[in-house]
Design a protein around this ligand. Structure first.
Ligand code: ADP
Length: 206
């Protein structure tokens, strides 16, 4: 078995700011942010894969696991082949995967999860407003409808929260996701930077 990708998982309910924070963290040398939602949205929507994604995401459902894992593995392979990801020097920041216990089990041979950064925001109404604003700005069909948003939260609580149990609470850092993006990023960096330094001391030698 080849070495597993050393990873951080950005975790939290839809709308909590995983994408924003993941992108910010990914700007720092040594971190590579990868969002499955972004991978899916970059598909050609007229292709078979694009059609499957749209069919599920427009209902607020998860795309089937085998399909998702296959697409993710292909994407990782392409990133490595293109020299855009170096597993020896970069900590992978995964956003949106694994998203249920069965994906976590399938990925045991693919990733070594060093820590989960669990973004927590108490107030659903704040999240709802954020997501509806995002729907207008980014033309996201799954963010426009309140019913679909609420269904995604149900799916998150039912299917995704058990992923925390899979890895164990000890592996999880709770991050307060209420505040300005810079403030939330500060909390994330406090957890992520020491981890990167510990596991990637080679990346500091330039
Ligand atoms: P959010 O976290 O705000 O729901 P994402 O961009 O992470 O947004 O995901 C958008 C949609 O893409 C999800 O609702 C789901 O349909 C699909 N998706 C993303 N990641 C996965 C995954 N790991 N497994 C299955 N479906 C996924």
């Amino acid at each position: 078995m080849s070495a597993r990708y050393r990873s951080l998982l950005i975790f939290g309910a839809p709308g909590v700011g995983k994408g924003t924070q993941g992108k910010l963290l990914g700007c720092i040398p040594g971190f590579l942010h990868l969002s499955t939602g972004d991978i899916f949205r970059s598909l050609d929507m007229n292709s078979e894969t694009g059609r499957v994604f749209r069919e599920y995401s427009s209902r607020g459902e998860l795309v089937p696991d085998d399909f998702t894992i296959r697409l993710w593995r292909e994407h990782m392979r392409k990133m490595i082949d293109a020299g855009r990801y170096n597993p020896q020097r970069q900590l992978l920041v995964l956003d949106g995967i694994p998203r249920n216990a069965s994906q976590a089990a399938s990925m045991i041979g693919d990733i070594e999860v060093l820590q989960i950064l669990h973004l927590v925001a108490g107030d659903e109404d704040v999240l709802l407003k954020r997501m509806q604003r995002r729907a207008e700005q980014q033309n996201r069909h799954d963010d426009a409808d309140e019913g679909v948003i609420r269904h995604r939260w149900d799916v998150y609580n039912r299917e995704t929260v058990p992923v925390l149990e899979h890895y164990g609470r000890a592996c999880c850092a709770q991050i307060n996701a209420i505040g300005t993006p810079g403030r939330v990023l500060m909390h994330i960096l406090e957890a992520a930077v020491p981890l990167h330094e510990k596991h990637f001391s080679n990346a500091l030698e330039h």
